[in-house]
Design a binder for this molecule. Structure first.
Ligand code: ZN
Length: 146
């Protein structure tokens, strides 16, 4: 795929196929985390309360809209179609709620706003709505990132 069907057919095993462990890097990269952070433009680290809340409103609006459509109209579909509609709903709703989780995750990293209490409040509400404990997750997850 991606080569338009013009890819050459490999005739023998490559080095990666013969020695799969060589594909995984096990040495330190030639850069540090601080060098990566310095390469990112400073405006990417600025927090915007308005932009952050716009993501919350957008995701929750879609989640409630999908829920409303599913619970209001799926039972009106002819017999075999609900068995197709519900799994499609689950996939779409799962994608949207993953977005909600990502916003809550950013609250745990204090990336949602400049105010820690706003991050903790929004994170607690969103995480609790997804049945994920916020504060215990926040502390254990921070350790995971170090
Ligand atoms: Zn994280």
């Amino acid at each position: 795929m991606g080569a338009g069907g013009r890819m050459a057919v490999p005739t023998s095993k490559s080095v990666e196929q013969e020695e799969p462990l060589k594909r995984a890097p096990c040495s330190k990269p030639p850069f540090t985390l601080s060098q990566i952070k310095k390469a990112i433009p400073p405006h990417c680290f600025e927090r915007s309360l308005l932009r952050s809340f716009s993501y919350v409103v957008y995701d929750l609006t879609l989640a409630f809209l999908f829920y409303y459509i599913a619970t209001s109209y799926f039972h009106l579909l002819p017999h075999p179609l609900p068995y197709l509609a519900w799994p499609i709903y689950w996939i779409f709703q799962g994608c949207i709620l993953t977005g909600v989780w990502v916003v809550a995750h950013e609250c745990g990293h204090h990336a949602f706003s400049d105010y820690q209490w706003v991050d903790d409040t929004v994170g607690l509400i969103l995480h609790s709505s997804l049945l994920v404990p916020y504060f215990s997750w926040k502390y254990s997850h921070r350790r995971h990132h170090f």
